[in-house]
Design a protein. Structure first.
Length: 297
């Protein structure tokens, strides 16, 4: 069976992670437990997740001409992600995410840096990659105009699009109506469905595209009727990469022809396994690990 061919267009960051037992209040200083620099960015995370599961993954994105940029490109190549279409931007810093881990949860500040240079022109230049993909995977840590351009190009070539609408923002009507699948959490779904420009019929259409991630509860679907696909119970160490792991796994499983329910069950297992280790990408499982994990249930 040929490998699924997935094109990810999105952000590439270095995660600057601080672990602490107490999150500081405004004006307060606390002593943290540890500090790490870990490769991240929603685009890069989702690309690595899909590659770990055996897909042929190409990442379109930008890094700065700094130490982080070179380190991240080398790391992605080691994860068997095709980095040929990652552009290095002069006189610009690579994107970073400042992450605070506390009590098994996280808070994040993202500084886009070179990710802002993933322009519609860059996306258009790589139309040939989109055209030969099984699925295109998108998020919202690059300019919104570029996400719309990628969606329009994918639609032109009849390539399905998964949009992970995070970090959430007001989205143009054309975008939410064109994508094939959206993977919001409950808060993001609420914002998507609060768009006053949409008719009742359009809101219903958008709701049916939503695969709503609910953490340890699983995911909710609305294809014919509301349906919960339960998650797998695990002890969480770091939830940073769970959503990205889920999205990468969803792209792989749908590319293989699984039903949406089967794809979500598989992606739930991948997301569950990902939170059992520290670091967004470090915790992402291989296909063998996922199959072994699922066979125990």
């Amino acid at each position: 069976m040929k490998k699924p061919r997935i094109t990810v267009i999105g952000s590439i960051n270095m995660d600057l992670v601080t672990k602490t037992s107490t999150v500081p209040k405004v004006g307060e200083t606390v002593i943290g437990e540890s500090y790490f620099t870990i490769p991240g960015g929603k685009g890069a995370n989702q690309a690595v997740a899909a590659a770990r599961l055996g897909a042929e993954v190409t990442l379109i994105g930008c890094v700065g001409d700094d130490t982080f940029g070179g380190e991240l490109k080398r790391h992605l190549a080691q994860q068997e992600v095709n980095t040929d279409y990652i552009k290095t931007i002069s006189d610009t810093s690579t994107g970073i995410a400042a992450i605070t881990l506390s009590e098994g949860d996280n808070s994040i500040i993202v500084v886009p840096g070179a990710n802002n240079f993933v322009t519609p022109e860059v996306v258009k230049h790589h139309e040939h990659l989109i055209a030969k993909s099984d699925i295109v995977l998108l998020q919202l840590e690059i300019p919104l105009s570029s996400v719309l351009e990628a969606t329009e190009l994918a639609q032109k070539h009849n390539v399905p699009v998964i949009l992970n609408p995070a970090p959430i923002q007001n989205l143009p009507k054309d975008l939410v109506l064109q994508v094939d699948y959206m993977t919001p959490n409950e808060h993001e779904q609420e914002m998507l469905l609060s768009n006053s420009e949409l008719s009742a019929a359009e809101l219903s259409q958008i709701k049916e595209k939503c695969i709503v991630t609910q953490g340890s509860k699983g995911v909710k679907l609305y294809q014919t009727e509301e349906q919960l696909i339960p998650s797998y119970p695990v002890e969480a160490v770091d939830s940073t990469g769970a959503g990205d792991s889920f999205n990468g796994a969803l792209a792989v499983s749908l590319s293989k022809g699984m039903s949406l329910q089967e794809a979500c069950q598989f992606a739930n297992a991948v997301g569950a396994l990902s939170v059992t280790k520290l670091g967004a990408q470090a915790g992402m499982p291989t296909l063998e690990e996922v199959e072994k994990f699922m066979s125990a249930y």
